[in-house]
Design a protein around this ligand. Structure first.
Ligand code: GLU
Length: 411
């Protein structure tokens, strides 16, 4: 399910290429990844035994700046998935007009089976394996599914052992190690800003809009929190253990705190319990899939009962499902716009590291706001002008920018 979801974007990619009238040789060059690394990651278990896992880093395109993108730890990770996600990063950084290309990495692992010490040894060994291809002007990793600020701290330390203190080699670090104010909540805040802008343009009353959030990790939990602040009614949220539903609206601040402490919403004591599939089928204004790719697919798309889908995860709506939703006039606000807040504040973190200067939270949040609104407006203008879905309009803005840089640089 994972792969079909993310390669998903290729239908929209092709359509955007066609509409832009891109030269076939340029379209081909932009589709192909620049470099793909597959590495062995041997590490010592607490028992003393050695285990070997497989890790990947795909560098898709660096026409507009160093490769940029997260590293995920998940049992579904494979080269095909990482390749698709790396390409999405190229379009995301271009869409937000930040000076990066796109990359992605991952390790195929079930993280629940390993201790913290084992995760540290594994993370360090992986970073050492990809080190020759990493650096502030080469490729800058960041957190993704099941990786966090602590993992970025280990990466930064490992890199700095051989290259000297280099915080700009990775973003999403702890504040104490050169992380940025506002990075932790950036993706969720960007998602909330996107919903707010969508409301203005799609004539939905933001105050009291009903919202369902699938996935209550870093992205979903902060998105719910900021949307609650905007006055939306969050009627259901879920994580891997299942969901909770209250048609009158959940108490988001206490749910957020519970989840922060317990790392799950299970046992939070709010609302009625329901499964993830039931949650996706709830009637609402905004359905926000914020977990993994392929959440809305051929099998369940007919159950979807929302006004608008907000793609907070990467690739949560498969191409087949997108076609069905469009035929029912359900707009999809695409991932490369909706979840771009994370990489945008990663960019601010990198700039601060290079300047060896720290910005206040307010400055970071204001700059994020400006970037998100500008990107939304650009995409919406193309959508209106060309009469295409937001997903295709996003690709048009993003691909055009990379293609023009590509031609100007020359081969
Ligand atoms: N993993 C996040 C994403 O998919 C953040 C990437 C970054 O900050 O480089 O956008």
């Amino acid at each position: 399910m994972q792969h079909s979801s993310i390669t998903s974007s290729s239908g929209s990619y092709q359509k955007a290429v066609e509409l832009l009238g891109l030269k076939p040789e340029i379209a081909k060059a932009l589709e192909m990844p620049d470099r793909e690394l597959t590495v062995e990651v041997p590490f010592r278990l607490d028992s003393g035994k050695v285990e070997s896992l497989v890790g990947f880093r795909v560098q898709h395109n660096n026409t507009r700046g160093p490769f940029k993108g997260g590293i995920r730890y998940h049992h579904h990770v494979d080269l095909a998935e990482v390749r698709s996600l790396a390409a999405l990063m190229t379009w995301k950084t271009s869409l937000l007009d930040i000076p990066y290309g796109g990359g992605k990495g991952g390790i195929q692992i079930d993280t629940s089976k390993y201790s913290r010490n084992e995760m540290e040894r594994l993370s360090r060994r992986f970073f050492r394996a990809i080190d020759p291809f990493i650096g502030p002007n080469i490729d800058i990793p960041a957190p993704d599914v099941n990786t966090n600020a602590q993992v970025m701290g280990w990466f930064m330390d490992e890199y700095s052992q051989t290259h000297g203190y280099t915080p700009a080699c990775v973003t999403g670090k702890p504040l104490e190690l050169g992380g940025s104010e506002g990075r932790e909540h950036a993706t969720g805040k960007g998602t909330a800003i996107t919903v707010r802008e969508t409301s203005k343009n799609y004539d939905v009353d933001l105050e009291n809009a009903t919202v369902v959030v699938q996935g209550f990790g870093n992205v979903g939990s902060f998105a719910a929190k900021f949307l609650d602040d905007y006055g939306c009614k969050i009627i259901a949220v879920s994580d891997v253990t299942g969901g909770v539903h209250d048609p009158n609206g959940l108490d988001v601040p206490s749910l957020f705190d519970y989840n922060y402490e317990h790392r799950t919403i299970d046992g939070c004591g709010q609302g009625q319990k329901l499964t993830n599939e039931e949650l996706l089928a709830l009637e609402c204004d905004y359905l926000i899939p914020a977990a993994l790719g392929g959440a809305i697919n051929e099998k369940n798309v007919d159950t979807i009962n929302c006004k608008i889908v907000i793609e907070a995860a990467n690739g949560p709506v498969t191409p087949e499902a997108a076609d069905v939703l469009w035929s029912k006039k359900v707009p999809i606000i695409p991932d490369i716009l909706t979840n771009a807040g994370g990489v945008t504040v990663s960019y601010f973190e990198w700039v601060q590291n290079l300047q060896q200067f720290k910005w206040e939270l307010e400055e970071v949040d204001t700059k994020l706001e400006t970037k998100m609104v500008k990107a939304f407006d650009e995409v919406y203008a193309i959508k209106q002008e060309k009469n295409v879905p937001m997903r295709i309009a996003s690709f048009m803005v993003a691909i055009d920018r990379v293609a023009r840089s590509y031609e100007l640089r020359g081969v």
